[in-house]
Design a protein around this ligand. Structure first.
Ligand code: LLP
Length: 451
């Protein structure tokens, strides 16, 4: 059984909710002793809708999308933001992305199906995946998606054959592994040479893939894609990737005459999970990206491409919180105090998987200092099922509403039914109105696939 190491730096924290500003949803505020998001009392929400429950601040999501799009376009007109659906997808989310003028990055047939059901413009969809199945390729081509990002030679051949059979042409990008190791958790790094994703440059695979794509019938090579990782704080990693891509694009022009029209730089902008984190904002990100593209393409006398970025986390992570009800308080003298809640690794696998850290408060004691040090445990049958380790919290009692911040990205989307737990619902809150976008599962849902 996993032993949960103590955090030697952990201390009770005399600060309260306001001091956690950097992780709070934009509309979060404390009224009396309670936390409100989107003008909605989250304690009441927990009591009336049940817990665990994901709550998302719609104004925050819209604001992030809007400010990133305008930060990019004000500096570089030909730019697009393709929201990475893997961070959190539902029909309502996809519709919102469309309303805000975003494109959509889908990474599976399932995400594409949701985008179609939401009526999202297929021309504005970018299809990802390092091993798309034949069926997924057929679905994408038949749906008329704007771009498929090709990850391997086999896929190039399959798309070429499928499009030729249909007497159509499919626009593609090639995914390049630029050999950059970004400063993030090892599991979240994707752009290094030793990666299952894309075509490496040093090995010559990238140039070979470009040549083959230019010759392949049924496909039109529009340009190149790279994604160096996720939760990246050092913006110079992006600038470095752009430099490497510009080098490649320049040498490809010399070797083949091919001019890259589209440059898709993937996602990865890091965000604050803890109050002490100091991430870059979208303005800084947009400045680094657009100035690097202008500089590196200019230096090589390359025409400026259409630039796409694919943020997931930075759009939705801080917008979302998870609400739980405290069930038990177990004090083990001299060791630690466990606060057990009605969810856990099924709705938040990130602590167990990446050692992720969060901030939390008791939403019904939101005005009080977090004067105790506790470990928040889930309800599942594993010692490693913890959500926060040695974290400051207001003194907890059964019935309190625990609110864990920054759970809008990769929490619902990585949720599971372990222990046959039903997955929580998702509500959007805005201007005092609660909109259910995914309902909580029921036992019938658990049995839906039984034959
Ligand atoms: N584009 C591509 C091709 C990607 O692979 C990803 C994320 C993104 C865009 C969006 O990256 P973001 O802006 O969200 O960092 N489950 C992990 C994150 C895995 C990210 C995978 N790819 C987590 O919970 O932290």
């Amino acid at each position: 059984m996993a032993h949960i190491a103590h955090d030697p730096d952990a201390r009770p924290d005399m600060r309260t909710t306001h001091d956690l500003r950097v992780v709070l949803p934009r509309t979060a505020e404390v009224r009396g002793d309670r936390l409100f998001i989107g003008g909605v009392d989250v304690v009441e929400l927990a009591q009336t809708r049940g817990t665990a429950l994901y709550v998302m601040d719609e104004a925050h999501i819209r604001g992030q999308l809007r400010s990133l799009i305008s930060a990019l376009r004000s500096r570089y007109e030909r730019s697009e933001v393709a929201y990475a659906g893997k961070a959190f997808t539902s029909k309502a989310m996809v519709a919102l992305v469309g309303e805000e003028g975003g494109c959509l990055d889908v990474s599976s047939g399932g995400e594409l199906a949701i985008a179609r059901a939401a009526g999202f413009s297929m021309k504005r969809v970018v299809v990802h995946g390092n091993n798309k199945t034949l069926l997924e390729l057929v679905e994408a081509i038949d749906a008329g998606v704007g771009r498929i990002v090709v990850d391997c030679f086999e896929e190039l051949e399959r798309i070429s054959a499928l499009a030729t059979e249909r007497a159509s042409t499919q626009a593609i990008l090639l995914r390049i592994a630029p050999g950059i190791v970004a400063d993030t958790h090892e599991y979240l790094q994707t752009g290094g040479e030793d990666s299952k994703f894309g075509f490496g440059i040093a090995s010559g695979a990238a140039l070979d893939a470009i040549r083959r794509a230019l010759d392949a019938p049924g496909v039109v090579l529009k340009g190149l894609h790279c994604h160096i990782g996720s939760q990246i704080f050092a913006l110079d990693s992006f600038a470095k990737a752009i430099e490497v891509m510009a080098d490649l694009i320049a040498s490809v022009r010399t070797e083949t005459g091919f001019i890259t029209e589209d440059l898709d730089l993937g996602g990865g902008l890091g965000i604050a999970y803890q109050a002490a984190d100091k991430p870059s904002d979208v303005e800084q990100f947009a400045e680094v990206i657009t100035s690097a593209v202008k500089r590196e393409f200019g230096a090589r006398d390359l025409p400026l491409p259409l630039v796409t970025v694919e943020p997931g986390r930075s759009i939705v992570a801080n917008a979302g919180v998870t609400l739980y009800t405290v069930g038990a308080v177990k004090e083990i003298p001299g060791i630690r105090t466990y606060i057990a809640v009605d969810g856990g690794m099924t709705d938040n696998i990130r602590t167990a998987l990446y050692d992720a850290r969060y901030e939390s408060i008791l939403a019904n004691k939101a005005d009080q200092p977090r004067s105790t040090l506790v470990t928040i445990a889930g309800k599942h049958c594993e010692s490693g099922d913890v959500i926060l380790i040695d974290t400051p919290l207001q003194p907890a009692e059964p019935g309190d509403t625990l609110c864990v911040f920054t759970t809008g990205a990769y929490n619902q989307s990585m949720a599971s039914n372990y222990n046959r737990q039903v997955r929580p619902g998702v509500v959007f809150v805005k201007d005092g109105i609660v909109r259910e976008v995914l309902r909580r599962e029921t036992y019938d849902d658990l049995m839906r696939c039984e034959v």
